[in-house]
Design a protein around this ligand. Structure first.
Ligand code: FES
Length: 240
């Protein structure tokens, strides 16, 4: 079955495929895809799945860079498929699952280890003080202190671009540290010390080797390495 409308261009897309039920090892499969100037890698994957091979597996939901479900390695770099234009890439294009997490099938990885690290740093506001009778207010300056790290969409592009995480899956990883940062520097939160104690442990923030892969990979433009450095410094400042 072919796409209903002809595209203005054609591109070869190589996808790393692996079905644990049938394959001994991952392997490349090639597809030729027609595309329009504003088509993204997600559109190419849809075209392959809908018109060429319905067995191709990948995650996506919003299609607009919000849900964080379609991070993958595109031409060797971690990106969101829904935010990556085909015309901006060198051809042929390669698409692989993100690295360092167990592959379940094709481009789908097991995200549980990633979310376990995220849950471990208590990614929610902790404040048991009596309610002030309304919202817990803070100044624009206090809000600005952690604004950058509120942008995380938990796509795992940062953590799965990190060589430390590739070699040691126990490392908390940049995404967990970024989300700890978001609360540690929130003037309303009371559990900063607890989070920093978790990140002061051997698999915490000091495993970071400042390679900046995480910052380069972040589709939201978060200064990930800077946030990790600020968390490290705060651990030392508070003598944790
Ligand atoms: S599909 Fe939601 S971020 Fe790409």
């Amino acid at each position: 079955m072919k796409r209903k409308h002809s595209g203005t261009g054609r591109v070869d897309v190589k996808v790393m495929r692996w079905n644990p039920e049938f394959d001994d090892a991952p392997h490349w499969e090639s597809y030729t895809v027609e595309y329009e100037p504003m088509d993204r890698i997600l559109d190419a994957l849809h075209q392959i799945k809908w018109y060429e091979d319905g067995s191709l597996s990948f995650r996506r939901s919003c299609g607009h860079g919000i849900c964080g479900s379609d991070a993958m390695v595109i031409n060797g770099v971690n990106r969101l498929a829904c935010k990556t234009l085909i015309k901006d890439l060198k051809h042929p294009i390669t698409v692989e699952p993100i690295r360092g997490l167990p592959v379940e099938k094709d481009l789908v990885v097991d995200m549980e280890p990633f979310f376990d690290s995220y849950k471990n740093i208590m990614p929610y506001l902790v404040n048991d003080d009596p309610s002030p009778g309304g919202e817990r207010l803070q100044s624009p300056e206090d809000r600005e202190r952690y604004d950058d790290t509120t942008k995380c969409i938990l796509c795992a592009a940062c953590t799965t671009s990190c060589p430390v995480f590739w070699s040691d899956g126990e490392y908390a990883g940049p995404a967990a540290i970024v989300n700890a940062h978001r609360f540690v520097f929130d003037s309303r939160d009371k559990a900063g010390d607890e989070r920093l104690q978790i990140l002061a442990q051997k698999d915490g923030a000091f495993r970071c080797r400042t390679t900046f892969n995480c910052t380069d990979a972040c589709p939201r433009g978060i200064h990930v390495t800077r946030a990790v450095q600020e968390v490290k410094r705060e651990i030392l400042n508070r003598s944790i």
